[in-house]
Each structure stands twice: as C-alpha cells, then as structure tokens.
Design a protein around this ligand. Structure first.
Ligand code: GLA
Length: 419
C-alpha cells in the first residue's frame, strides 16, 4: 500500500496554513472535523472547541527484540516523530461517523452492532475494535464523530495501526472521561487488533506507542509488563535512519500468525522436560542444545532465535544505558542475522538494505524492524555519517531493485497524548 501524502507538518504544533496565518495541526483538524460532519457542534455544548478533543499517538521502530513479545519476551522499541492524529467530538447518539483523510473515505457504524465490524474498511476496524473492547471492559463510550489523519507510512512495519488504536483510545478516554490507565489502554488496543482485525500481535506496538517517552527507548518485559525508559541520545552524536524498502506483503499477517503458532508448538515441546515452561521465554539455551535435536528443524531455529534475541535485548538495554553504542550496534546486526536466517521473516530487499548500511563508515548497527516480510530497516549511525548513509542506500538500492528508496532521519521521539 502506498503512503498517502502526509497531511500534517512534521511539527503538529507549529504548522502554518498556505494563507500564512498560524494555525496548529489540532486547530486544522478541528476545523476539518466541523466542515466534514454537518451535524454541527456537539448537542451538549455551545462551545465547539471545548467539545472537540485531538489525540496523537506515534509510530515506533524496534531497536532490539524482534518477534519476542508474543513469546513473553523482552523488547526495546522507541517512538518516532511520525504519528496518527484523531480529532473527535460526541455525536449525541449511538452512531460513530469516521472520516479518514489519508484514505479519503468515510465509515459509519453503530456502537450496538459489533457484528458489522468486519464489513467496515480495514482502517475503520481498528477504531471499531477499540470501541468494542472498551465496551467489553465495562466502559461506556457514546457515539462520536472522528477525523483521522497521520504521517506514519502504512503497512511499513512502523506501527501505524497501533498508533491509530492508541490515538483513538486516548481521545475517547478524554472525550467521555473514561479514566483509562495507560497499561490498560495498551492492552485493550492490542486486543482490538487481535479480535477485530485478525492479527495475533504481541503487546509491543501498542505499549510503545502509548508509553514511549521522548529521548528514550523503552525496555519492556512483555510477560509482566514491567518496563523502564532507557536514555537514547538522539540528536546528540547519533541518529536513527529509517529506510522503507517499499515492499508490502499482503501475506504478512498470515505468516505472522504462523510464526506465533510455531513458537507455541516449540514451547509445548520443551515443556515436556520442564513443566514450568509456559512460552519460549522460559526455555534455557542448554535445553535447546540438549533436547532440541528431537525437535523439527524449523521449530528449533525459531526457538533459538527467540531465546538468543531475549538475551540480546537484556544486554542491549544495559549497553544503551551505559552509552556503549558500538556494542549496542553489534547486537542490532546480530538481531537481523537471527531474524533473517533463524526466524525467516526478512526478505531480499531488507537484507540488501542491511548489507549496504553495514558497509558504510559510521554505521553502528542496523536491522529490520516490525513484523518483516518487507517494510523498513532501522540504522543507528553517527550523525556526521547520516547523509552519506542515505545517499549510499538510495543509490545502491535503486541499482538492485527498481523502486526508489525512501529514507528518513528520526529527529526525536513523540509521545502519545492530547494536543
Ligand atoms: C508486529 C507486531 C508486534 C511484534 C512485531 C515483531 O509489529 O504487532 O507485536 O510481534 O511485529 O517484533
């Protein structure tokens, strides 16, 4: 799927319209919301501004911990400076009316008729999934109108769906004073995607979008949900470069679900030898070496990846906190190798991007990010080598694969919240 033109300036609070008057992105979204839905301001309020909320939630890149979250493992993502923005106001009835600026499409559903979710366009299912999960947990959002826009590339492994879910939940939480906790919100957004979109995703993306903090990566134990923020000195002497291969695989979600089942099967195999094993997170490397020969080769490789990747995340978080970026970068390289050969979620385009980046002086580490089978790589690079890296990647990628490569520098980490 192609990325629609970003509707918002990079800094949502400092945009100015073509006429030259300064108008922030939230104000533009509020105005567009009023223009699009002709029902007028919320029936309960005479002040249109006061009745409208605008929420943002960022996408993410994952620095370490690929495909470990659904095995109860560790991850180390960081948010990016691209986000999904949702402007909402109460509709005064049971109906939800949505407008996606990026898809140039409308969708309507009734809060009471959850069965109709599968008939909605995919982007609207994320929103309907969130309202359904809120209701399932006893919250009572009322009908609303929402305008959705964003600049997280779609289907590129940068978590545009989690950003949409989280922005929706944060906005609804404020609009209807639902009193949602952050961890609870991340969980219900994950469930919205699993139940209503059919991707059996882990918790990483929703958690990172909601709990990520500026200037930090997020170390998360995906079983206990204990987490800590680890300083990431972006904008000082290093930066992150995202390279979008342009490859979008329709089959990605079925392959993703297949990997999840493989991990569960491998965990069941090892549980025969130790009843305390619930998921691959619990499997010691020695057990794989000792008993793994009896396991199907593919499942053994999946298990080795998850177990070694968890170790890399734990070590990586310590190295990052100590500022040892060289050693941290080596772990990113090792993570990619393991995802590509053991877990088999990379592809020729991602491998080429990693190989090109690794040949550029000043690159500390690089790997695929997200579910894989296409999408993006993320590269940690010394700031003074950034432009050289981008040029090398763009030129050499074009030589091997026809399409142009989109690269961009993550300048800062956005935070989810109200604008
Ligand atoms: C997708 C999922 C996450 C995680 C990653 C792979 O982004 O949504 O839960 O499993 O893939 O690390």
């Amino acid at each position: 799927m192609d990325q629609p033109a970003p509707p918002l300036a990079d800094d949502p609070n400092a945009a100015s319209d073509p006429a030259g008057t300064t108008e922030t992105a939230p104000e533009r979204l509020q105005r567009a919301l009023s223009r699009h839905f002709e029902t007028g301001p919320s029936p309960n309020s005479s002040d249109e501004r006061a009745s409208c909320v605008v929420a943002q939630a960022p996408g993410r890149v994952n620095l370490l911990g690929g495909h470990t979250d659904y095995s109860g493992g560790f991850v180390l993502p960081t948010t990016i400076d691209r986000a999904v923005y949702v402007a909402l106001r109460a509709s005064g009835d049971e109906t939800v009316r949505l407008r996606s600026v990026d898809f140039d499409e409308d969708a309507t559903f009734s809060l009471e008729a959850e069965t109709a979710i599968e008939e909605l366009p995919t982007w609207a299912r994320y929103v309907a999934g969130v309202t359904a999960e809120l209701r399932r947990r006893g919250y009572a959002p009322e009908g609303f109108e929402a305008l959705i826009a964003g600049n997280v590339p779609l289907g590129a492994g940068l978590s545009s769906s989690a950003a949409l879910e989280v922005a929706t939940a944060v906005g609804l939480g404020e609009l209807f004073s639902l009193g949602l906790g952050a961890v609870e919100t991340a969980r219900l957004c994950q469930r919205a995607e699993q139940e209503h979109v059919g991707v059996e995703c882990g918790i990483m993306d929703q958690f990172s979008s909601h709990l990520g903090r500026a200037g930090h990566a997020l170390f998360l134990d995906c079983r206990s949900l204990e987490h800590r923020h680890v300083p990431l000195p972006l904008a000082e002497d290093v930066c992150l470069v995202v390279a979008d291969s342009g490859v979008r695989r329709e089959l990605a979600s079925s392959k993703y679900n297949e990997r999840r089942r493989e991990c569960e099967e491998a965990a069941r195999f090892f549980a025969q030898f130790d009843a305390s094993i619930e998921s691959l997170r619990d499997v010691p490397e020695a057990l794989i070496e000792k008993q793994g020969t009896e396991l199907d080769d593919t499942l053994r490789r999946r298990a080795r990846h998850v177990v070694s990747e968890n170790e890399r995340v734990e070590r990586g978080a310590t190295l990052l906190a100590d500022g040892d970026l060289e050693a941290f970068g080596q772990l990113m390289n090792a993570s990619h190798a393991s995802l590509a050969s053991g877990y088999e979620v990379s592809c020729a385009e991602l491998d080429a991007l990693v190989e090109i980046a690794q040949s550029v002086e000043g690159v500390l580490g690089t790997r695929m990010t997200g579910a894989g089978f296409g999408g993006c790589t993320v590269t940690l690079v010394r700031r003074d080598a950034t432009e050289h890296l981008r040029r090398a990647m763009e030129a050499r990628y074009r030589e091997r694969f026809a399409p142009d490569l989109e690269t961009y520098v993550v300048e800062r980490n956005l935070k989810a919240g109200l604008l």
